[in-house]
Design a binder for this molecule. Structure first.
Ligand code: SF4
Length: 254
């Protein structure tokens, strides 16, 4: 078949935390950021790669899919999506890094609620198109402070904040996700800044805080990626939700 192929490293069925209802989540390979806390190091490289676990046989992460084949698999659970108010979520890695493929799959999911979990670190034209194509956008804001963002993700945050502004002014329902990393971005000041940034956004469904879990480090070895977090992984992150509540922004802590 023609059209771009997509490199996918996992398809998780009956997912409950990647948007509303019961969903199927597609994990696309490749990400332009290098967050030092990343939970999916096997999703960083764009290419398929062998994972070498300490125990058990090697396994391949990343498989090339045809858009039609993937859409067919996703549509198998259409009844569950309808019954539960769920749908399909694209995650990663950074799913919008493979936008031509993702768009082709979306075109074949008519009538299914679709969502994307994105870092927002993608070209403006891709983000614009995605805002129109998805029913729900879930955007990570890792730090409102550019220097902190650059230090812990490898890139500045200007493009991401510009896309967050576009969501605040736009018509697409969106969720902002804040990974809480101890000593990096869990300060009251960062949360105050994020809350004021989002104040008044009409389509903001809620803010979700996602505390760092130590388990993330375990996967690095098998993916051949150095785990060098640069923060105290033993400390519990703080979850300052008050700044959002004060401004009337719904917020939940996972
Ligand atoms: S944006 Fe997400 S997938 Fe990419 S490095 Fe950061 S945490 Fe990992």
């Amino acid at each position: 078949m023609g059209g771009p192929k997509g490199i996918v490293f996992d398809v998780k069925e009956f997912a409950l935390y990647d948007g509303p209802g019961i969903r199927t989540t597609v994990f696309m390979k490749g990400c332009p950021l290098r967050c030092s806390w990343c939970h999916n190091p096997e999703g960083l490289s764009k290419e398929p790669q062998m994972l070498l676990p300490k125990e058990g046989p090697p396994r391949l992460s990343g498989q090339a899919w045809d858009a039609g084949d993937l859409a067919g698999r996703l549509l198998k659970h259409r009844d569950f999506y309808q019954m539960s108010g769920g749908g399909v979520t694209f995650s990663g890695g950074e799913p919008l890094w493979q936008w031509p493929f993702v768009r082709e799959v979306l075109d074949q999911l008519e009538g299914v609620h679709t969502a994307v979990e994105t870092s927002g670190h993608v070209p403006d034209e891709v983000f614009d198109e995605a805002m129109k194509a998805f029913d729900l956008v879930m955007l990570d804001i890792k730090s409102v402070d550019d220097r902190t963002h650059r230090k812990f993700t490898g890139s500045g945050n200007a493009r991401i904040l510009s896309h967050a502004r576009a969501l605040c002014a736009g018509k697409t329902p969106f969720i902002i996700r804040l990974p809480l990393i101890p000593g990096v971005n869990d300060s009251l000041e960062n949360m105050e800044a994020a809350a004021w940034f989002l104040k008044g956004a009409k389509q903001l469904v809620r803010v979700e805080m996602l505390p760092y879990h130590q388990a993330a480090g375990a996967k690095y070895g098998m993916a051949g990626v150095l785990f060098d977090p640069g923060f105290d992984t033993n400390r519990q992150p703080r979850a300052h939700s008050e700044p959002f509540k004060r401004l009337g922004i719904p917020v939940i802590v996972f």
